[in-house]
Design a protein around this ligand. Sequence first.
Ligand code: NAD
Length: 406
Amino acid sequence: MSKSMLETAQTAIKDAAIRLGYDKKVIDALLEAEAEHVFEIEVNGNTYPAYRVQHNSKLGPFKGGIRFHPHVNIDEVRALATLMSFKTAAVGLPLGGGKGGIAVDPRTLEAAEIEELARRYAKHLAPHIGSGKDIPAPDVNTNAEIIDWMVDEYEKTIGQPDKGSFTGKSMSNGGSEGREAATGRGGVIALVEYLKAQGLQGQPLTIAMQGFGNVGYWFAKTLREYPHLKLIAVANSKHTWVQTDGIDVTNAVHVPAGTPRPEALHDIQSVTAQPADLISSIKADILVLAALEDAITDANVDHVKADIIVELANGPISSSAEKKLLGKRVAILPDVVANAGGVIVSYLEWKQNQANEHWTEEQVNAKLASILTKASDEMLERSKAKDISLKQAAFELAVERIVNAQ
Ligand code: NAD
């Protein structure tokens, strides 16, 4: 995926910059990473390639996750770092974009080896990161415990405390309330703003959702604040469950990654499970994609019946499927805004650390809503004013902000 993901991101950036009239020099600067750190970490005789790409810091310190996965490579990290710069800019945060990772299968390691890997990663990068330079966060297969080890090692290396150097920390170590729910909650906020702009506020609408992990679960839970929006189908990697009178997730429990997902859906276990790929063709007004990249491609795009698609996963629609959907006037709420809730609450964690404060969940949710509502409205206005897609509008706003930053 990585090479094409980078090309897709770069095409969206170039198209937006060309529409805005910027010249080649400006465009080349937008595409180029400011720094790439490629190194190796040895733990117990095994060597693991490690990366941190710092893409663009014109708006503020680099910001982006660190993943531990065997497929991590420089192209993937470059693509994800590039997308982060445009995501933070699209939602108006004073942050840049970065990404990091280690090519490792953490399931093959003992806990002590994972800790060693995390500590060596932070120690190596210590001169290049920090609350004013680059603020990493958890991502695939990394969590608050791993981030806490990194913060500890980083602080030891620089010889002073700097809690704002990482986000996604445990609550006792300066983490923020509301972080776990933030991406799903943000997806609902973006959807509701879109519906308002279309005059569909309060209208009864149905929703089918692919993915019931962290993001899908919190999207579904937050949706209960809008009873006219009815979740009628959900899918995980194995099955789709359809219940046309609505799926009640009140008693659904959040299960850690790796636990069989149906446990989270115990309330609808009485409903017959159908194949996982049925979800994209369910007759619902809104399709929420909260699982993986490339969920909708040329292979299944013609089956999509929804009029509105919310991209909660990163890049869940291939570029050629996107063209077909836009041709049919399907509205696509793009990932850079729809799933930005997570990075917005990471930003709020950083702000709390800087101010040495701990905000309540209500305070965090209110600030998240305010930032994302503004970002959604700006995207909707730009899209309408120029008759361009929501994704094109989001990239235009992001490009403009980065180019105009001092
Ligand atoms: P997760 O691993 O907790 O959950 C993924 C869900 O997708 C699971 O329910 C899994 O069963 C389902 N799934 C996997 N393959 C599927 C398939 N073929 N068909 C249907 N369902 C399938 O992950 P998550 O944290 O919920 O993240 C979901 C997506 O959102 C990822 O693409 C992630 O990169 C993106 N994202 C997450 C965050 C965040 O804050 N967690 C932020 C931005 C973007």
